[in-house]
Ligand binder design. Structure first.
Ligand SMILES: Cc1ncc(COP(=O)(O)O)c(C=O)c1O
Length: 370
């Protein structure tokens, strides 16, 4: 290995995989409740699975680059098909942005906390990650993000609503960031959970450095099928194409996306189901003294339990060991280490999770009171 090391890229020790250990556990134990990865509890519709099957029968053929689905997406977003790039989930869009803009030593600015993949993929190309803490109320600290810009800044990430904090960035803050003229990814992975909110898609018509990313993994509920897309200026999309692997999206994924995009009512149904879940989980958690849940526009609720004296991991371990419910804890932020996140499951799973979170705090209190 010593010999091999001198041939590997110099920043290789900074490169880490996205941790998917919990998925191995979850797939091996279907009885566990998967409330740790912002998946959708509702399975794909019959129309979608039928389309996949039909495409699978043509599986001996290479796909095109999604001519039809790009036209559908263009119509949906009121842009041109040449403004649309399709990817193997929006993870691929994130990766492509790093490969297109970031050279070794360049910097990317991300909010903290946020989806960890941005940082991981920036590091994969030798980039340096500049994390800007959110404010105490988990809103974007736009002043600090702007202050963090240096001549080396190549990408700014705006995740809206942000995972895991759940809120949108205010329009005026987004405008200030875009005004900087630095390539900016507006990640709208969770937007479709809010049918009344408009996408920032029209920004790409005015700004050739803005990339708006979407995924069918979240509100559409197709995380395992893998389909995401980017909207951007035509010239920039052409650079995406120059950089892309051919056939990056499978025939079956394209077929699934074509079918899902047409099923508007199904998407509404899933968004409505999720809203009921958020409201229930948020209001139940709010009843626990000292616990601070953050209301979410996505399909997850971040909770800060620091003021109750607990550490996030204790709650996560407790609900897993006692109820087989998998949730996630988060790294300490500003010295507070009581963070955990509940990804919403079925209504039954949510109730089970809440029951055991409440039990944890009751038991914990009992134990700590002596
Ligand atoms: C903010 C955000 N963006 C993108 C993704 C990636 O999703 P996918 O690659 O499944 O489209 C996720 C997944 O959790 C996410 O939270």
């Amino acid at each position: 290995m010593k010999n091999l090391k001198k041939f590997l890229v110099p920043w290789i020790d900074e490169v880490k995989p996205y941790d998917t250990e919990e998925l191995i556990v979850a797939w091996a134990h279907p009885e566990f409740k998967r409330m740790m990865l912002n998946e959708n509890p509702i399975a794909p519709s019959k129309k979608v699975t039928k389309a996949i099957l039909k495409a699978a029968k043509m599986g001996n053929r290479y796909p095109d680059n999604g001519v039809k689905v790009r036209a559908q997406l263009a119509k949906l977003h009121n842009v041109e098909p040449d403004n649309v790039y399709i990817g193997h989930g929006s993870s691929e869009i994130i990766d492509m942005i790093m490969r297109l803009f970031v050279a070794p030593g360049d910097e990317i600015i991300i909010p903290n906390p946020t989806f960890s993949l941005y940082g991981l993929r920036a590091k994969a190309v030798g980039g340096k990650v500049v994390k800007v803490d959110m404010k105490d109320d988990m809103q974007y600290n736009t002043d600090a993000m702007i202050k963090a810009v240096t001549p080396k800044t190549k990408v700014i990430i705006v995740c809206t609503p942000n995972n895991p904090t759940g809120d949108f960035i205010p329009d005026k803050d987004l405008e200030r960031i875009i005004k900087l003229g630095i390539p900016t990814m507006v990640d709208e992975a969770y937007l479709e959970f809010q049918p009344d909110r408009k996408s920032k898609d029209q920004l790409i018509k005015k700004h050739d450095h803005v990339i708006v990313a979407h995924t069918l993994s979240k509100a559409y509920g197709m995380a395992g099928i893998r389909f995401g897309y980017a909207l951007a200026d035509k010239e920039l999309i052409q650079y995406f194409r120059n950089m892309q692997l051919p056939w990056n999206v499978s025939l079956t994924s394209i077929a699934a996306a074509e079918a899902a995009i047409e099923e508007k009512e199904e998407l509404m149904r899933k968004a409505k189901y999720n809203k009921t879940s958020v409201d229930y989980v948020y209001s139940e958690l709010s009843k626990i003294p000292g616990l601070r849940p953050f209301y979410s526009h996505g399909n997850y609720v971040l909770v800060d339990g620091t003021d109750t004296g607990i550490v996030g991991k204790e709650v996560v371990d407790y609900v897993f060991q006692n109820a087989g419910v998998m949730i996630k804890y988060f790294a300490p932020l500003k010295g507070r280490n009581g963070f955990f996140r509940i990804s919403l499951g079925s209504h039954k799973e949510n109730a089970l999770c809440i029951k055991y979170v409440k039990k944890f705090f009751k038991d914990y209190k009992k134990n700590t009171n002596g």
